[in-house]
Design a protein around this ligand. Structure first.
Ligand code: AMP
Length: 120
């Protein structure tokens, strides 16, 4: 069940501050509080969705389109398209998702290395 007190729900309600970079009807983008790259942005849907599984099962087509348009719009507005960027969404336990409100990470600003560490 969705936890309405998770930190991103509180940011959406304006109870916790965030360094916002983009906002529209369906999505909000803000800077990650512990950045892993010179640019590290989180893009979240405004609806109450736990993870990618929940979102793709229950969200409307407009919400799904809106979230992905917001990712592209955020990257364009921050000038990330020239050097390129990586998006990533952790979904569930094996992915180590920490905050139970769907979020898409955008990383940029330096060469980002291999996609995933290979197992030895
Ligand atoms: P994940 O492991 O994919 O669930 O990522 C959660 C991310 O949320 C981490 O990169 C955290 O640094 C970030 N985070 C947690 N609390 C906040 C906050 N209040 N504002 C911005 N980012 C946050």
């Amino acid at each position: 069940m969705y936890d309405a007190n998770n930190i991103f729900a509180r940011i959406l309600r304006g109870e916790v501050p965030a360094d916002k970079t983009y906002e529209d009807e369906h999505a909000l983008a803000f800077r990650d509080i512990r950045p892993l790259a010179p640019e590290h942005i989180l893009v979240i849907p405004k609806g109450a969705y736990i993870d990618m599984e929940d979102f793709t099962a229950r969200a409307s087509d407009a919400e799904i389109t809106g979230l992905f348009r917001a990712v592209g719009e955020t990257a364009r507005r921050l000038g990330l398209t020239k050097g390129g960027y990586r998006i990533l969404a952790n979904s569930g336990a094996d992915a180590h998702q920490e905050v139970p409100h769907l979020h898409i990470h955008i990383f940029a600003g330096r060469p980002l290395g291999p996609m995933l560490k290979r197992e030895a």
